[in-house]
Design a binder for this molecule. Structure first.
Ligand code: GDP
Length: 318
């Protein structure tokens, strides 16, 4: 990969972070910028928690817990256990080290820095060489509408109710007023290649895409996406269940279809090879490979393949 090439990645949490890690290991300092969903952000105990940004940063810094997909590795749970003993809310598990990060983030925000500036500062302290940008500095909150007519805050749905309620749709409260971050616009405008990581299209990528001006910018670019759905199922999380509940066949084809207004290339798993021709029919170039990232080597191999695929489209001027 030529060093002057600029790569932007859009990501949510677990799936997004894994590919972002592979891209980070493959690209040189400063080449990679990762734009991360903040629709899952919320406050607890007065602390500002940004789950997807944290998953991406912990993963890039080598601090992520590979078993849970959230939080830090080698955590201790003193505060959480003490909190449970005194009857505090314990539905959202926060380890001691994780808690320390939320405390410091909140302190920096209260000192007047924006979420983008705070994230930059925390990335430097964690030794991350890539740029990680929250999608916006303003509050956007993902609301999950359920079949029993409730409007759940995202973490209530995801963690407290463990994705059990049947969904009817999603709202992104604050999206109209929110502006994409300054560096988000700059990154996308200057990018030679934009990669949509294998993240949940509905609740991880859509909030980024629905910010004003984003789709207009990326329509002019080479955008490739990696499917988060393999053989009609997710590796983790509710994406496939959401497709079903929304009345859409869960499968990689529908992921490509969801992004068809701006997508140039689509990476689908070898298990879904037979879907490639349907993807082509959408006018999107398919690329079939092994997309399950079990090991660190898998992440790097997939990142290399996605970059090569994307750069080929770039060279051909597609
Ligand atoms: P969340 O915000 O933590 O739910 O994380 P994301 O939205 O970034 O990722 C969830 C999606 O990642 C799910 O649809 C998973 O199927 C997908 N995913 C997780 N691991 C992998 C993987 O190794 N390969 C692929 N292709 N998708 C993955």
């Amino acid at each position: 990969m030529e060093k002057r090439m600029k790569i932007a990645a859009l990501a949510g949490g677990v799936g997004g972070a894994k590919l972002a890690y592979g891209l980070s290991k493959t690209l040189s300092n400063g080449q990679l910028s990762i734009i991360v969903n903040t629709g899952d952000d919320f406050e607890l105990f007065g602390l500002y928690i940004s789950p997807d940004v944290d998953t991406v940063c912990y993963t890039l810094a080598g601090l992520a817990n590979p078993l849970t997909g959230w939080g830090q590795v080698d955590e201790t749970w003193e505060v959480f256990q003490a909190l449970s003993r005194i009857g505090g809310p314990n539905w959202f598990r926060l380890g001691d080290h994780d808690l320390a990060l939320h405390m410091e983030r909140t302190r920096l925000l209260h000192s007047g820095l924006s979420l983008t500036e705070v994230t930059q500062e925390l990335c430097i302290r964690m030794g991350i060489k890539d740029h990680v940008y929250p999608m916006t500095d303003q509050p956007v909150r993902t609301i999950v509408n359920t079949v029993d007519k409730r409007k759940l805050q995202f973490q209530e749905y995801f963690v407290k109710e463990q994705c059990i309620p049947e969904v009817t749709g999603f709202e992104f409260s604050g999206i109209e007023e929110a502006k994409p971050g300054f560096y988000v616009i700059k990154t996308l405008t200057e990018a030679d290649l934009i990669i949509i990581c294998p993240s949940n299209p509905w609740v991880s990528i859509d909030p980024i895409l629905k910010l004003s001006g984003i789709v207009e910018i990326i329509k002019k670019k080479i955008v490739v996406a990696v499917s988060p759905i393999i053989g009609g199922k997710t590796i983790k999380g509710p994406a496939a269940k959401m497709f079903l509940e929304l009345g859409i066949e869960p499968g990689c084809f529908e992921v490509a279809n969801h992004y068809k207004d701006f997508l140039k290339g689509f990476v689908l798993d070898s298990q879904d090879q037979e879907e490639a021709s349907r993807v082509s029919d959408l006018g999107i170039i398919p690329f079939v490979t092994q997309t399950v990232m079990r090991s660190m080597d898998d992440r790097i191999r997939l990142a290399n393949e996605v970059l090569e695929f994307g750069m080929n489209l770039f060279r051909k001027g597609i």
